[in-house]
Design a binder for this molecule. Structure first.
Ligand SMILES: NC(=O)c1ccc[n+]([C@@H]2O[C@H](COP(=O)([O-])OP(=O)(O)OC[C@H]3O[C@@H](n4cnc5c(N)ncnc54)[C@H](O)[C@@H]3O)[C@@H](O)[C@H]2O)c1
Length: 263
């Protein structure tokens, strides 16, 4: 069992479906947590759950695409707890449909800054502290970074970028004992999935129930992944049981990307 006592772990998107599951898992493993998210009310609820699990928690409702706020957040975390050991980026938005002709420049810019630039900024301002003793970075990407869906261009572009960022972080930061990995989920039973299902149902003129069934039936395991399964993997990858794992991407998708279309 991983032990995170005396480890300071930053989690972005902390009150999202996946972020909260990761926060609760790390709280139960003894971590000291620094949580951020745009949604202040929901963030405070996540903080309370983690405190009930015994964690000491610092939190701030910030936009992780804002350089000034990210720099201030990382500095305050290091000042409050003495250092930073792990950074877990889970922030992501999916409501950005459109092909190359339809997508507006403003939607492109917003999605790139929230899904990709934020992970760069969080690393830029936490690495100076993590490198003091070594640690780990984990970026939550997506199977959409490996293969693309119709009219969902910019989401895939940002997730592929996140995988590339992860590899560069692994190469450049190994000298400081910092590892960087990515986890690429298929569909996860979390609020973002419901939004993506609504979007796809509209696009393909299906009911929401039909759309759920179309997606679920494409998985060899016939089910989506739970946020807790992502959290288990995160707990292992950031731990001292994984000290020679870096620059890797872990797909957790019920076999979806292993499957070719039916003959
Ligand atoms: N849910 C899925 O099916 C699925 C599948 C593959 C990959 N992912 C990826 O996993 C990650 C987490 O997904 P989720 O299902 O938990 O989504 P979610 O929408 O439940 O959580 C995302 C969180 O990020 C926060 N956020 C959004 N923009 C922000 C900003 N600018 N600054 C600070 N916080 C911001 C939101 O408030 C939210 O709490 C995302 O990166 C997503 O792309 C999700």
């Amino acid at each position: 069992m991983e032990n995170y006592e005396n480890k300071v772990v930053i989690i972005t998107g902390a009150c999202g479906g996946i972020g909260e599951a990761i926060a609760e898992k790390f709280a139960a493993a003894g971590a000291t947590l620094a949580l951020c998210d745009l949604r202040q009310g929901e963030l405070l609820q996540t903080v309370e759950k983690c405190q009930q699990a015994g964690a000491t928690v610092y939190s701030d409702a910030i936009d992780v695409a804002d350089e000034v706020l990210v720099r201030r957040f990382c500095g305050t975390v290091a000042e409050t707890f003495g250092t930073i050991d792990c950074l877990i980026n889970t922030v992501g938005i999916v409501d950005c449909p459109g092909d190359v002709e339809e997508l507006s420049l403003s939607m492109w810019d917003k999605t790139v800054s929230v899904n990709l630039t934020s992970a760069f900024l969080m690393a830029k301002y936490s690495v100076p502290y993590i490198k003091r003793q070594g640690g780990a970075i984990l970026n939550i990407a997506s199977v959409s970074g490996l293969a693309n869906q119709k009219e969902a261009m910019v989401y895939s572009v940002t997730k592929a970028g996140l995988l590339s960022l992860t590899r560069s972080e692994a190469i450049d930061l190994a000298q400081y004992g910092i590892r960087a990995n990515a986890v690429s989920p298929g569909s996860v039973e979390a609020p973002l999935l419901a939004a993506a299902v609504d979007q796809a149902a509209q696009l393909f003129n299906r009911t929401k129930d039909e759309q759920w069934e179309v997606w679920r039936s494409q998985y060899p395991t016939q089910r989506f992944t739970s946020p807790q399964e992502i959290a288990e993997l995160a707990l292992f990858l950031c731990s001292e049981r994984a000290t020679n794992i870096t620059g890797a991407n872990f797909v957790i998708d019920g076999g979806l990307t292993a499957l070719l279309p039916e003959r």
